[in-house]
Ligand binder design. Sequence first.
Ligand code: HEM
Length: 472
Amino acid sequence: MKEFAADPIGFLWERYRKHGPIFKTNLGGPLVFMIGPEANRFVLRDHTEHFSWAQGWPKYVRLVWGDDVLVMKDGEEHRRFRQMFAPAFAHSTLTNIFEYVVDSADEYVESWIASKPDQFFYDAKTLVFEWMFSWLAGDIRRAGETRHVALKLFNDFTEIPQVRQGGWSPANFNTPESVALRRRKFGAKARLHQYFTSVAERARRQPEESVIGLLATQPVKGEDAPLTNDQIADHALLFLVTGADATAVAFTWAVYELYNHPEVRQRVREEVDRIVGNETITWKHVQQMNYLECYLKEIERMHPPLGGVRKVIEPFQFGGCTVPAGWQIRLAAIISHFLPEVFKDPERFDPDRFAAPREEDRRTPYSMIGFGAGHRQCTGKPLALVLMQAMIAKMVKDYDWVAPEGQDLTPTLYNRAVFVPKDMLRVRFSKRDRTGSGIALIEGRSSESAGLAKRPHSKSPRANEPASSTAN
Ligand code: HEM
């Protein structure tokens, strides 16, 4: 357990090399890791009847969410819930949020220029929270005092007491500090829930351009009754919490990798300049940006969350092993995405691997599982992509940034689910230098020499050597 917590990536590689695509371990309960495209396909598509998503959660998570939300459902009920909440990801809601991101981007980046973030991941978390809140309940800039209160409640709600306490043991779970944190967490949840309920109630009387407005007023396909305010508020909270960390992490790495690979940033910028010119960026523009799409796929490949979790409900055989019911299964995207037989030169940051004719992901189905795959694929994927496309295109068009030296950006497990740069990323923003390409700030660095963060499983010695930088 300690070994895994200290170095999860090294732990998994060592065992994968020794045992192959399936191996057991014990992280507080009997557990099997499954790795590689065949394993992913087995669990996510071909043999789903052996696994339960709902039962894979620890008891505490069930306590937080209750039984009546999408993530606590399996089988037919799960399919029904996906359908009930599908309108949240309709084209119209994504267009609205795309416009909000582009329209509000200057406000955020100007504030980062002034504040010089030392732990950018937390700024990204606030940013993503505000995006998602606006998507759910309407433009947060018009919410007055609620804007700050909602962020504070969100931070209280997403704090994980046991992790702060240093483990999941009952002793840690019941310390006075842990109990106080939990009380704050549930209090914050209740107040956010109440707020979303009131938005749904208001929307029934007076139409609102937001996801909650849509869910409150549209008939639900295949259902006799409309969604209740409680159901809407439960899922608004669920989407907010499941989506915010993962998207903030992906966005943090996206900002960093654009700095770390000047030639990639130059190509993204050329594409944005060519397609957008002097116009305001629209979703239509972004849909023509093939290189940006490949770039974001490379972020998904290089920086995935740890992967899917399932409980085995019927014994199964895979790779010569029999796994009994009651065990937990975990898919490790962080290893699957680096298999050299699937992804050529996997340590290299190379968005072109996703462009024709290479298309390495398509050549091997189920090789990429950053958003999961199959019927349980991340519901929020279209939203996460729209948010990142809008913000990255806008930032590349109008801003520059550097990551000053002396940082440790080794991927480190955060909240037991996602990998963040260890020092959370120090970054300095400035207006784009339109006298040149802006790339002058980092001239002379190739992508090979620029790497701040290398992975523990890299063949080369671990190297977190600082990048040269001229701005601080
Ligand atoms: C870059 C950002 C994101 C990443 C990498 C990500 C990744 C994932 C992964 C790996 C899963 C589990 C799939 C499985 O176990 O089979 C998942 C599920 C889920 N995600 Fe995301 N996610 C992201 C953003 C979002 C957003 C923005 C939302 C909400 C709007 C969201 C909501 C959900 C929900 C509700 C599920 C459960 C789906 C179900 O039970 O059917 N995610 N996500």
